[in-house]
Design a protein. Structure first.
Length: 114
C-alpha cells in the first residue's frame, strides 16, 4: 500500500509524526511525504525531520508568501501532478490549513480515499 501524506504547517508535522512512526514499522506500507512549504522555516524543518522521526519529504512544493487563494491553487495543481506520478492508495492530510484543503481537493477530484 502506498500513502501520500501532505503537510505544510508546524502543527501538521507534530500530528504526522505519530502516524509516520507507525507506518514506518509496517513493511507493507510505503509513505511518501509532500511538504507544501506553507510555513517553511529551514531550522524548524530540520527539527521535525530529525528529532521527530518524520521521513524527509520526497517533494517540496515551496509554495509560500502568497494570498490564500493563490497559495491553495498552486498547491492543488502541484499535488495533483504528484498524485498522477505516485498513484497512492490513500492520501493523508491533517488540520485546517491551505495545505489540507489543497490535498483534500486533489484527492477528491482524483478519486483517492482521504
Amino acid at each position: 500500500m502506498k500513502i501520500v501524506t501532505v503537510v505544510g504547517a508546524r502543527p501538521q508535522f507534530v500530528k504526522a509524526a505519530v502516524l509516520s512512526r507507525l507506518i514506518k514499522n509496517e513493511d507493507s506500507i510505503v509513505e511518501i511525504l509532500v511538504h507544501t512549504g506553507q510555513h517553511f522555516d529551514a531550522s524548524m524543518s530540520d527539527v521535525f525531520f530529525g528529532e521527530m522521526e518524520i521521513p524527509k519529504p520526497k517533494y517540496n512544493l515551496e509554495v509560500s508568501n502568497l494570498s490564500h487563494g493563490a497559495m491553495t491553487g498552486r498547491m492543488l495543481e502541484k499535488i495533483e501532478e504528484i498524485l498522477q506520478i505516485e498513484k497512492p492508495d490513500i492520501l493523508l492530510v491533517y488540520g485546517d490549513t491551505n495545505s489540507t484543503l489543497a490535498g483534500a481537493l486533489a484527492a477528491q477530484k482524483m478519486h483517492i480515499p482521504l
